[in-house]
Design a protein. Structure first.
Length: 160
């Protein structure tokens, strides 16, 4: 009987120890599960942060490209402004030269019309003078007086 009692006590101790160990194991398992959950949450946070960082890097790269485009457009705009100023100056020079040419053409036209009138007058004098014409004038800076004889050519018959 003593033996049986001691076996019972031993069994009770074993059961007690087993249940105590079981509770400890359950607590450890819960702690492990909690730690696993925490680790998963932290890993998810890390992943989210990495995604945010990648997204921010992409956004930074996009903004840098936009800034570069803006700088290029500003350079093009400055270049175009310079080109416009150059073209405006060139246009002013062209207009001034056109004005000079127009004035020169007007003078030449007046000279030509004057010369044409003088030629008509001389032709009339030649036809009426019988072939001789007295010319007075300034030729190459020298005052001259002389007689010029012309032969009249009949345009219809081409005879002298």
């Amino acid at each position: 009987m003593v033996h049986k009692r001691s076996q019972n006590k031993l069994k009770e101790r074993k059961d007690k120890s087993f249940s105590k160990n079981k509770r400890k194991r359950e607590e450890v398992n819960k702690t492990i599960e909690n730690k696993d959950k925490e680790l998963q949450q932290q890993q998810q946070l890390i992943n989210n942060l990495e995604r945010v960082e990648v997204s921010q890097n992409k956004r930074i790269q996009y903004l840098e490209r936009q800034n570069s485009r803006i700088n290029n457009l500003e350079r093009v705009e400055v270049s175009q402004d310079k080109r416009m100023q150059d073209l405006e100056r060139l246009n002013l020079r062209i207009k001034a030269r056109e004005s000079e040419i127009s004035q020169e053409n007007t003078r030449n036209l007046k000279r030509a019309l004057g010369a044409e009138g003088r030629i008509k007058e001389l032709n009339f004098q030649i036809l009426n003078s019988g072939g001789g014409l007295y010319i007075t004038g300034n030729i190459k800076g020298t005052r001259t007086l002389g007689v010029v004889y012309f032969r009249y050519i009949d345009r219809e018959t081409s005879l002298c």
